[in-house]
Design a protein around this ligand. Structure first.
Ligand code: NAD
Length: 354
């Protein structure tokens, strides 16, 4: 078990190590708490129940209702349940959806959070919360939202199916790739972005070849933390905007959308800021940043076409309209024609030109 080796970008206590989940009770007490509400999705309720065993008397209950995009009614139900069982902290075990529920509870109650991540989404490393209500997604940033403790236990991510391992990793890499040209980037954010991408370049293919390999899984979790931390430090641009827009408009799976869009968004910006994006070619191998990421995704057998997610070609005009109606910082100028062309290539799954 080792303490985080990266520059500490957040105030969180960040630990990596196989079997770390077994220390959850100590972490609850370290926070001065005695009654933890354990959170998960319905699909991971077994993991939540196993964690309740670990916590023993310090488990106040299990709430396995976490869902994608943090619906407000679910967060409110969880807060009500938390009050009923007199819980004083949350332990979230799962991916970004479960972490999101823990953050939503912390935002509403001020209770501390322990997160045990089981995907590479990286939400645990940010003070950001995205929530949906009445079909509208809003995002806020607040210190209460930043989890106090993150326990990266690689044994828990061995169950992540290979397909989701790939898309979730590309979701993490997307945070780091866009950080390279963020208007508010710093030496720390650059270092974290490069370290995060290098960890995946080094270990993701090892994980895919042997998904139960704990050492390579731990290295990819270190990559996820670095990529998540960088997401919490700097602003995101075109890629995240497109994924947010497409995901919201067409109810697309989060990680798959990131995996498909990344080479195209980076390719779109590569002509304008080739020097800032050059590390992507060095890390993943390739002549240009967009093609390097596309070829990497191909080697990983990642999904590459929006049409395979059920998006109809006739919807692309509307998507281009939604993605260009409000200005936001981006290295290359955002034009409706440019984004429409990008979306067409992503819909077809074509290789970007740069
Ligand atoms: P997810 O949490 O929705 O998980 C997808 C599915 O995989 C769920 O059914 C989950 O139970 C299952 N799963 C997770 N880990 C597993 C494992 N190890 N083994 C087997 N099954 C497992 O997906 P995600 O991509 O991690 O998170 C997406 C959500 O996170 C989105 O709502 C996104 O907006 C949010 N997010 C937020 C931030 C932020 O900073 N606020 C950052 C990244 C993502």
């Amino acid at each position: 078990m080792t303490v985080d080796t990266f520059p500490a970008p957040t105030s969180a206590r960040v630990l990596f190590g196989a079997g770390l989940r077994h220390t959850a009770r100590d972490e609850v007490r370290r926070l001065g708490c005695r009654r933890a509400l354990i959170l998960s999705t319905p699909a991971q309720s077994d993991s939540a129940l196993a964690l309740a065993e670990v916590l023993g008397d310090d488990a106040a209950g299990v709430f396995s209702g976490a869902a994608m995009h943090t619906p407000v009614p679910i967060s409110e139900a969880a807060v009500a349940h938390m009050r009923e069982v007199a819980a004083d902290c949350v332990v979230a075990i799962g991916g970004g959806s479960t972490t999101g529920l823990g953050k939503a509870i912390a935002y509403r109650t001020g209770f501390p959070q322990i997160v045990i991540p089981t995907t590479y989404a990286g939400s645990e490393a940010t003070p950001t919360l995205g929530q949906t209500e009445g079909g509208v997604k809003t995002t806020l940033s607040d210190p209460r939202v930043q989890p106090e403790v993150i326990l990266y236990d690689p044994e828990l991510i061995t169950s992540l199916p290979v397909g989701m391992t790939v898309t979730s990793a590309l979701n993490a890499i997307a945070h780091a790739a866009e950080a390279l040209y963020a208007p508010n980037r710093t030496a720390t954010s650059d270092a974290l972005a490069l370290e995060g991408m290098r960890a995946f370049a080094r270990s993701l293919e090892v994980v895919i070849a042997a998904p139960d390999g704990v050492a390579a899984r731990e290295d990819t979790l270190r990559g996820a933390y670095a990529c998540g931390a960088v997401l919490g430090l700097v602003g995101m641009s075109l890629h995240h905007k497109l994924c947010h827009t497409l995901g919201g408009a067409f109810d697309l799976p989060h990680a798959d959308t990131h995996a498909i869009m990344l080479p195209h968004a980076i390719g779109y910006n590569a002509r304008t800021v080739p020097d800032l994006l050059a590390p992507i070619c060095e890390i993943f191998g390739g002549e240009t940043p967009g093609t390097a990421l596309y070829d990497y995704a191909t080697r990983l057998n990642a999904p590459k076409a929006l049409r395979k997610l059920g998006v109809a070609e006739v919807q692309l005009d509307h998507a281009a309209h939604l993605a260009t109606r409000k200005p936001y910082p981006n290295p290359a100028p955002i034009t409706r024609d440019g984004i429409r062309t990008l979306l067409q290539a992503a819909w077809e799954g074509a290789r970007p030109q740069v």
